[in-house]
Design a protein around this ligand. Structure first.
Ligand code: APR
Ligand code: PHB
Length: 394
């Protein structure tokens, strides 16, 4: 088999890149380890920056998002007994975010790909990229008991943090940067009306809490838990009690609880590899970087990587500009690091750390107080939350 771009992984990165390339007449094949149902069963984030919303529109997959997504003009920061509104729209000259689940983005992209008739191999095993430094790279994999070979011009590694693409790069080439946080997020999905019109990020002495949503009838809530906690030890009742204890009293009083549809614990990690390219292999999204979810940046960073590689490939195939390929990593990394910084900062400001003492607690409260009391501070939070601009490729 032969194609132009071999894409490994059918998460949001792989599917979005595939759709944009397909629309532009650039052939691509996606190879995914799981089944479509499995991919769609993963509950992930749900806040889309304007840049990602625009990219989904450009890809022609925005119809349901535009109908059902919730445009949010701001969010609440609760700390030290206060509740502070961050007016995203007012502080950024009109920018907003879209609350629309990653699962729904993925579903829309899968439907669009199916309708377009582009090739996807699901349930593929032993996926392996080869000859990355050569002129003719290829990917081998097993599918329905057969061993297949896909020859291509370039490989897009969109296979997440645990994927094979990053591991296919020889040892010593990549520089890794990592911070593992000493806690996780216990998340619950429930068919209950949201407690608040906007998201609430809460710093509380019992630990961080977040009120989010998927629709006017479906909510997503999180509480910070220790790294050793087990989801089996968290009954719905225990979760709701803990959440209420961490929210401002008026919010807790109006919280409507209900049975959970999904409940899971996710670890928190910051991770980046440099560079994001090796020969003809390009890493995108979680394959190259992870952020803790506190700034809602993971999915959005995947989208900006996709945008960068897509625009470079348009020039490569349209104008023969292969020189631009070398710029992919540096363009992406400048934005990646800024989102890493914001996610790390939000995480640091809002969570209880095992070594949080009286002094560091006051520092946390004072830094939050300083930021929200200053127009410059509020603007800094807002411009990062709505998403920093995508860098042009030249
Ligand atoms: N071969 C083929 N596919 C693989 C392999 C492999 N060896 N390993 C992993 N995959 C698949 C996974 O099953 C998954 O469907 O690659 C896909 C990667 O998808 P995601 O993990 O969702 O990563 P990505 O597409 O980069 O999405 C961006 O940012 O912060 C996050 O939650 C956010 O998951 C989102 C991510
Ligand atoms: C979510 O809705 O799942 C969500 C929202 C905001 C975050 C993280 C997760 O910062």
């Amino acid at each position: 088999m032969k194609t132009q771009i071999a894409i490994i992984g059918a998460g949001p990165s792989g599917l979005l890149l595939g759709q944009l390339l397909h629309n532009a007449g650039i052939a691509n094949v996606i190879i995914e380890r799981q089944t479509p149902d499995y991919v769609l069963s993963r509950i992930r984030a749900g806040v889309l920056e304007q840049g990602m919303v625009d990219l989904l529109r450009e890809a022609g997959v925005s119809q349901r998002m535009d109908e059902e997504g919730l445009v949010h003009d701001g969010f609440e920061l609760a700390f030290d007994g206060r509740s502070e509104h961050i007016d995203l729209k007012g502080l950024t000259g009109g920018k907003t975010v879209m609350v629309y689940g990653q699962t729904e983005v993925t579903r829309d992209l899968m439907h669009a790909r199916e309708a377009a008739g582009a090739t996807t191999y699901y349930s593929a095993s032993h996926v392996q990229p080869h000859d990355l430094k050569g002129e003719q790279p290829y990917v081998t994999f097993e599918h329905n008991g057969e061993t297949l070979r896909l020859d291509c011009d370039y490989i897009a590694g969109c296979d997440g943090f645990h994927g094979v693409s990053r591991q296919a790069i020889p040892a010593g080439v990549l520089k890794e940067f990592e911070r593992v946080y000493p806690f996780g997020w216990l998340g619950i999905l429930a068919d209950t009306p949201p407690v608040n019109e906007e998201l609430i990020y809460a710093n509380h002495e019992r630990g961080f809490a977040l009120c989010s949503m998927r629709s006017p009838t479906r909510t997503r809530y999180y509480v910070q838990v220790g790294s050793d906690e087990k989801v089996e030890d968290w009954s719905d009742e225990r979760f709701w009690d803990e959440l209420k204890a961490r929210l401002p009293a008026p919010v807790a009083a109006r919280l409507i609880t209900g049975p959970s549809i999904e409940k899971s614990i996710a670890p928190l990690r910051s991770f980046v590899v440099e560079p994001m390219q090796y020969g003809r292999l390009f890493l995108l999204g979680d394959a190259a970087h992870i952020v803790p979810p506190t700034g809602a940046k993971g999915l959005n960073l995947a989208a900006s990587d996709v945008s960068t590689l897509y625009r470079i490939l348009l020039k490569v195939y349209g104008e023969g500009r292969t020189d631009l390929l070398e710029k992919y990593s540096e363009i992406c990394l400048r934005r990646v690091w800024k989102a890493e910084r914001f996610s790390w900062w939000m995480t640091s400001m809002l969570h209880r750390f095992p070594d949080t003492d009286a002094f560091s607690l006051r520092m946390q409260q004072t830094e939050l107080d300083y930021f929200v009391s200053s127009e410059a501070g509020r603007k800094t939070i807002a411009e990062n939350y709505v998403g920093l601009p995508y860098e042009a490729i030249e």
